[in-house]
Design a protein around this ligand. Structure first.
Ligand SMILES: *[C@@H]1O[C@H](CO)[C@@H](O)[C@H](O)[C@H]1NC(C)=O
Ligand SMILES: *[C@@H]1O[C@H](CO)[C@@H](O)[C@H](O)[C@H]1NC(C)=O
Ligand SMILES: *[C@@H]1O[C@H](CO)[C@@H](O)[C@H](O)[C@H]1NC(C)=O
Ligand SMILES: *[C@@H]1O[C@H](CO)[C@@H](O)[C@H](O)[C@H]1NC(C)=O
Ligand SMILES: *[C@@H]1O[C@H](CO)[C@@H](O)[C@H](O)[C@H]1NC(C)=O
Ligand SMILES: *[C@@H]1O[C@H](CO)[C@@H](O)[C@H](O)[C@H]1NC(C)=O
Ligand SMILES: *[C@@H]1O[C@H](CO)[C@@H](O)[C@H](O)[C@H]1NC(C)=O
Ligand SMILES: *[C@@H]1O[C@H](CO)[C@@H](O)[C@H](O)[C@H]1NC(C)=O
Ligand SMILES: *[C@@H]1O[C@H](CO)[C@@H](O)[C@H](O)[C@H]1NC(C)=O
Ligand SMILES: *[C@@H]1O[C@H](CO)[C@@H](O)[C@H](O)[C@H]1NC(C)=O
Ligand SMILES: *[C@@H]1O[C@H](CO)[C@@H](O)[C@H](O)[C@H]1NC(C)=O
Ligand SMILES: *[C@@H]1O[C@H](CO)[C@@H](O)[C@H](O)[C@H]1NC(C)=O
Length: 638
């Protein structure tokens, strides 16, 4: 049965191959010719009829037959047989994953270290400069040789090129596709010697500042461009492509200072005279961490602009200066790269931090050399010798929330508390509470109590309101930070809300910030009285708020006045926020437009209630509403 199916499959391949076979486009293609040629394969151990692995070898060729230089070629290969790519000389995976890697869902390869393909016109048809040939070796699990495990498709990913939907076959092992430059993209792109710099959440620049035959100096600059992103204790790592090693570093430090790999390795053999006891790190994948504040002025380790902040990267809207971290290092190279022009940037960049989202970094792309202010204090600029850019974007899913939101409103005397287990219930013994029951509605003052002291009040409130109580009771939210959003007033021309942040944890929050997204009502934001608030320039429905100077700090939870009797007290910050309806005339505050759809604290998204306070029986009284607002303002200002 299985053999029958298989031979039917082979028959299909042969038929479709013979249909698609045509004259090679190597001479007729006037764009970029991408070729994938399967060159061989065999069974490898272990013998496992259920999931037999096979080696495959193939050649990817990217040839520039056009009139424009192709910068940093990138080709998608639609692998479809559970492939594991083991090696790809002269290319890397564009998403920064290091090899071997599972690529069974397809992957994009990028030319590395040199991904630029010149034109035949510029090189008088020199194939060495106009084509890239990548030998691919890997393992696949689906196709028994001599059948041919071809990918589902291949395509050129570079912007400005369009490829046909389908490939053509050359014989039965070679897929071919010819991609043209889209005419929409201007006619003279050759004048740009470099690729344009890209945008992203986090940008890492690798700037080479001084070069010698055997070594060079590089400056690495990490800049945060996400309006809400934040990293604490960042840790950066990469992979050296050519056995380089780090001799010295200023402004940051390798997580592991270890040169044993060099001393006993090729590096030690080549650099016999070098004092390796002074060297920093010889790992192929070094991890780098920031230096503490105290080292900022250390003549040996510090004195690099934007260095030494214990790994904190704030969003630019918080503090432009603190959104950048930089360090410098001296890198030693190995043969055959021993001349000044031979510099290969490290690849497979990764960055993470405590309390932060997950980032995924692309491959290094050569860009126009960065300019630095003159180190001599002159009003001139120094240019880097060469520069590479690595773009890192935040990827979902984010870690489980560490903060949550409760909703309340002037027209309802119950608070919708944070969701049950909003920040997880992993550490809560089962049977003591229900992780699935909806949270109990609360009386507003109960929000000021730590969760462990709320039960009694919550039960009393449920009884008073004649609401059923599940058994076992729902678990609490277990969040270190909770935020209450209270609708204060709604009148004809505007409305107000009050935001309160509670810190239930043991650590204070310096430089805190929060962002509130109101899908419809956001553009009406006017003022946050006790915070420094503004609409994000990139999203007019998101209000960014931080403490006024002197209040950029939320205290930790502390003991009550009489710890034996009084519950513990959270650190808090609070402000009333004023909105106008002029720009958003059709909103309905009490029907939902007055409640945020997304709230973040220090860059992390908070869990939001799934229901809104009920407004049954509430009717907006325009005059009355305004007088309520006035009296609240008077209380607030007094
Ligand atoms: C594919 O590779 C094989 C083996 O190296 C070679 O004989 C063949 O000519 C190649 N096919 C094409 C179309 O380049
Ligand atoms: C391929 O995609 C499927 C579905 O998205 C996913 O479950 C699987 O893990 C992916 N495989 C690889 C090798 O990435
Ligand atoms: C591929 O083509 C060659 C000759 O054209 C033929 O001998 C071979 O059987 C074919 N292989 C497959 C798997 O179809
Ligand atoms: C390649 O083929 C796969 C599966 O047939 C498809 O999901 C994917 O969109 C294709 N990719 C491109 C770039 O054509
Ligand atoms: C590329 O250009 C050639 C002629 O210049 C044309 O025949 C071919 O259809 C074009 N292909 C695509 C995908 O636009
Ligand atoms: C490509 O062409 C082959 C036959 O020529 C066809 O079987 C296949 O479905 C096509 N693929 C796409 C994505 O159009
Ligand atoms: C990162 O995100 C930006 C948009 O924010 C996008 O333009 C860019 O292509 C992304 N880069 C990668 C490597 O995903
Ligand atoms: C480093 O020196 C600068 C200028 O002299 C000074 O402003 C700064 O406070 C010093 N930093 C530390 C951590 O000592
Ligand atoms: C620096 O970060 C470490 C954690 O890596 C922390 O223990 C230390 O307190 C921080 N130092 C300062 C000055 O914030
Ligand atoms: C960051 O990544 C390194 C390994 O690359 C790991 O050891 C470390 O625990 C990670 N840090 C965080 C906060 O996830
Ligand atoms: C609050 O809860 C803690 C832990 O359960 C308990 O030790 C303390 O006595 C409670 N305080 C009050 C005032 O109920
Ligand atoms: C807010 O931005 C959206 C799109 O970004 C735009 O359509 C809308 O008019 C803007 N609203 C105001 C009040 O500026």
């Amino acid at each position: 049965m299985e053999i029958g199916l298989l031979s039917f499959f082979v028959f299909l391949i042969v038929v479709s191959a013979s249909i698609r076979t045509s004259v090679s486009q190597s001479t007729t293609c006037n764009g970029i010719l991408v070729t994938y040629n399967y060159t061989g394969g065999r069974e490898v151990t272990p013998t496992d009829p259920a999931n037999q692995p096979y080696r495959f070898e193939s050649t990817l060729t990217v040839q520039n037959n056009g009139l424009d230089e192709l910068k940093s070629w990138q080709v998608f290969i639609g692998f479809q047989h559970d492939e594991i790519l083991v090696s790809a000389d002269t290319a890397i995976l564009a998403d920064g994953t290091s090899l071997p890697a599972r690529v069974g869902n397809g992957t994009t390869l990028a030319g590395f270290p040199d991904g630029d393909l010149e034109t035949a016109v510029e090189t008088a048809g020199d194939l060495n400069h106009m084509q890239a040939v990548v030998q691919l070796v890997g393992t696949q699990f689906k196709v028994t040789p001599p059948n041919i495990p071809l990918p589902a498709n291949i395509t050129l990913m570079n912007e400005g090129y369009s490829c046909p939907n389908n490939y053509t076959m050359q014989g039965n092992t070679t897929m071919e596709i010819c991609c043209n430059r889209s005419s929409s993209l201007g006619s003279n792109p050759t004048s740009n010697k470099f690729l344009p710099r890209q945008k992203g959440d986090l940008i890492i620049m690798y700037d080479v500042t001084r070069v010698y035959d055997t070594n060079y100096f590089a400056q690495v600059t990490i800049s945060n461009h996400n309006p809400l992103g934040r990293l604490e204790n960042w840790m950066l790592s990469w992979e050296w492509a050519r056995d380089e090693f780090i001799y010295s570093m200023k402004g940051a430090y390798p997580y592991v200072v270890d040169t044993s790999e060099c001393v006993f390795g090729e590096q030690g053999k080549y650099y016999k005279e070098l004092d390796f006891s002074q060297a920093m790190n010889c790992e192929r994948n070094p991890a780098i961490v920031d230096l503490p504040l105290e080292k900022a002025n250390d003549t040996n380790l510090g004195l690099v602009p934007s260095c030494c902040r214990n790994g904190t990267l704030l969003p630019p809207s918080m503090d432009l200066e603190k959104s950048v971290s930089a360090f410098q290092m001296q890198v030693f190279k190995m043969p055959p790269d021993l001349n000044r022009s031979e510099i290969v940037p490290p690849h497979s960049w990764r960055i993470n931090g405590t309390m932060s989202s997950t980032y995924e970094c692309g491959s290094p792309v050569p860009v126009s050399p960065s300019q630095f202010p003159s180190s001599l204090g002159l009003p001139s600029k120094t240019s880097a010798i060469s520069s590479w850019q690595v773009v890192c974007n935040i990827t979902r899913p984010q870690p489980p929330p560490k903060c949550c939101v409760s909703f309340s409103a002037f027209y309802n005397d119950s608070v919708i508390p944070c969701n049950t287990c909003a920040c997880g219930c992993a550490n809560v013994p089962s049977n003591t509470c229900s992780a699935s029951a909806p949270a109990l509605l609360l009386e507003p003052p109960t929000l000021l109590l730590p969760s462990e002291n709320r039960t009694e009040k919550a039960l009393a409130w449920a009884e008073l309101k004649r609401r059923p109580v599940p058994d076992p009771l729902p678990c609490w939210d277990n969040c270190g930070v909770s935020i209450n959003w209270h609708l204060l007033s709604d009148y004809r021309n505007g409305w107000t809300a009050r935001l309160t942040i509670f810190n239930w944890g043991d650590t204070p929050f310096p430089d805190w910030y929060t962002a509130v997204q109101l899908d419809q009502a956001g553009p009406g934001f006017e003022e946050a009285y006790s915070f420094n608030g503004s609409l994000l320039s990139s999203q007019n429905n998101t209000i960014f708020m931080k403490g006024l100077s002197g209040q950029a700090y939320i205290l930790a939870e502390t003991d009550g006045k009489n710890p034996k009797k009084d519950p513990r007290i959270p650190g808090t910050q609070q402000s009333v926020i004023l909105f106008t309806k002029k720009t958003t005339p059709n909103i309905n505050i009490v029907h939902g437009d007055g409640f945020p759809t997304k709230v973040t604290f220090n860059g992390e998204e908070c869990a939001i209630p799934t229901i809104l306070p009920s407004n049954i029986g509430y009717k907006m009284r325009s005059a009355g509403g305004f007088s309520i607002f006035l009296s609240i303002m008077l209380i607030f200002l007094s």
